[in-house]
Design a binder for this molecule. Structure first.
Ligand code: SOE
Length: 379
C-alpha cells in the first residue's frame, strides 16, 4: 500500500472537456504562457494566439501550444473558432480588448488590473452581464488550498471575531534604476503600479479570506527610483512602494506594506488575520503551510487532504508532501472558469466585479496618498 494519500478531490481529466473550452490568448509574455498552460492542463485547446505583431504571434505558437497565429487581436476576437478570450496584454489594453470580446459574445478571462480606471472597470462588469458571458480575473492566490482553509476557519467561527489584519506583498524585481518594464509607464500600466500590480492581490486576498470589505484607507506612496531605463535616464513617477492603513466595514483595523523594491523578497505575500480565538498566517512563498496561533498552543497546518476542509481539499492537485504552487493556482482558476462556462457556480471564482472592486480600492489608495488624508472606498 502506498504511503501517499491522494488529494480528496483530484482533478478530473475527463470532465475537462465539458463545455468544449476553445480558448485563445492575446499577449505572449510571461502571463500569456501561464494562461496557455492552464488552458491545456484544464483540458482546453489553445486555438489561437495574437500578439503586438504577427511575427510575435507566429513565434509563440510552439511555446504556448497554440493551433493558429492571428494577424492581430481584432481577428482573433472576431473568430468563430474562439469561445473564450484570455487578455494577457499590458494593462492599458485590458479594457478595450475585453469590451470588444464581450461585444462578440465571447467569454473573457482578463488579467488584473481589469482597467486602469474604476469607471471603465464598471462598464466592463456591465458589458459582461449584458452579454451573459463568464468574465473572470485571475486573483489566483485564492486558489491555494491553505488560503481556502483559512477562509473556512473564518467562516466556521473558529477564528472568533476578527480584530486585526495585516501583512505585506514584497518583490525586488524593480529594485535597481536599470530594472524596467512596461508596468512602470503610466500610459501602459496605469496610474498606480506597485499597488495595481500586487497590492490588488493583497487586498483581494484579505477580503476573500475575511469576507469583510475595506471601508477606508490612509496611504503613503514612494517612488524610490525616480528614473529608470537601461541608461537610468527616463523619469518615472509610478510608485515603487505603498504603506497602507485601513478600517473594514466590520470595524477591523489593519495595515499593509506593498513594495517592488525590497531586496531579496521575490514574491512574498504575507496575510495575517487575528481574531478573538486564533491568529492565521499565510505566506505565499510557503503555500503548503498555514500557521494557526492560539494562546495555549500554536501549530503549523499542512496541505494534507486528510485534514483539509472540503472547500480547501478540492483544490489539492498533487498528493500531500508534493509541493504545489503558482501554476497550480492558475490551473485551478482556469478549470473553475471552464466549469462556470459549462453552467456551474464554482465557489470563490474571481469575476469582473472583483476586478472592479480592486480598481475602486486602488483609486482610494492613490487619492489618499495624493491628498494626505483618509479616503472612503467607493462601493
Ligand atoms: C509581477 O509583479 C507579477 O507577475 C504580477 O503581475 C502578478 O500578478 C503576480 O502574481 C506576480 O508578480
Amino acid at each position: 500500500m502506498s504511503h501517499i494519500t491522494e488529494p480528496s478531490a483530484p482533478p478530473e481529466p475527463g470532465a475537462a472537456q465539458r463545455g468544449g473550452y476553445r480558448a485563445a490568448v492575446i499577449g505572449t509574455g510571461f502571463m500569456g504562457r501561464v494562461h496557455a498552460r492552464a488552458i491545456r492542463v484544464s483540458g482546453g485547446r489553445v486555438v489561437g494566439v495574437a500578439a503586438s505583431t504577427p511575427e510575435k504571434a507566429e513565434a509563440a505558437l510552439g511555446p504556448l501550444g497554440a493551433e493558429r497565429a492571428y494577424a492581430d487581436a481584432a481577428a482573433l476576437i472576431a473568430s468563430d473558432d474562439v469561445d473564450v478570450v484570455h487578455v494577457c496584454t499590458p494593462n492599458h489594453l485590458h479594457a478595450p480588448l475585453s469590451l470588444a470580446a464581450l461585444a462578440e459574445g465571447k467569454h473573457v478571462v482578463c488579467e488584473k488590473p481589469l482597467s486602469t480606471d474604476a469607471d471603465t472597470a464598471a462598464r466592463m462588469v456591465a458589458a459582461a452581464a449584458d452579454a451573459g458571458s463568464v468574465a473572470t480575473v485571475p486573483f489566483v492566490y485564492r486558489f491555494h488550498p491553505m488560503v481556502r482553509e483559512a477562509r473556512e476557519k473564518v467562516r466556521s467561527g473558529a477564528v472568533g471575531r476578527i480584530t486585526l489584519a495585516h501583512g505585506s506583498y514584497l518583490q525586488d524585481w524593480l529594485l535597481r534604476p536599470g530594472d524596467d518594464n512596461w508596468r512602470v509607464d503610466p500610459q501602459l500600466g496605469g496610474p498606480t503600479r506597485a499597488f495595481g500590480d500586487i497590492g490588488s492581490h493583497w487586498c483581494d486576498l484579505l477580503e476573500f479570506v475575511t469576507g469583510d470589505r475595506i471601508a477606508r484607507v490612509a496611504a503613503q506612496t514612494s517612488t524610490v527610483n525616480g528614473s529608470r531605463g537601461s541608461d537610468g535616464g527616463r523619469p518615472v513617477d509610478t510608485e515603487d512602494l505603498v504603506t497602507l492603513q485601513f478600517t473594514t466595514r466590520a470595524g477591523v483595523v489593519g495595515a499593509a506594506v506593498i513594495s517592488q523594491v525590497s531586496a531579496g523578497r521575490k514574491n512574498r505575500l504575507l496575510l495575517e488575520v487575528s481574531g478573538t480565538e486564533m491568529t492565521l498566517s499565510f505566506d505565499q512563498e510557503q503555500p503548503e503551510l498555514l500557521w494557526q496561533g492560539g494562546r495555549e498552543h500554536s501549530r503549523l497546518l499542512m496541505r494534507d487532504p486528510e485534514t483539509l476542509s472540503p472547500a480547501a481539499g478540492r483544490l489539492a492537485r498533487v498528493p500531500a508532501g508534493h509541493a504545489q504552487g503558482y501554476q497550480d493556482c492558475f490551473d485551478a482558476f482556469v478549470a473553475d472558469t471552464r466549469d462556470a462556462i459549462a453552467g456551474d457556480t464554482p465557489d470563490g471564482l474571481p469575476a469582473f466585479a472583483d476586478g472592479l472592486r480592486a480598481a475602486r480600492v486602488a483609486e482610494a489608495v492613490l487619492a489618499s496618498a495624493q491628498e494626505d488624508t483618509w479616503v472612503e472606498v467607493a462601493e
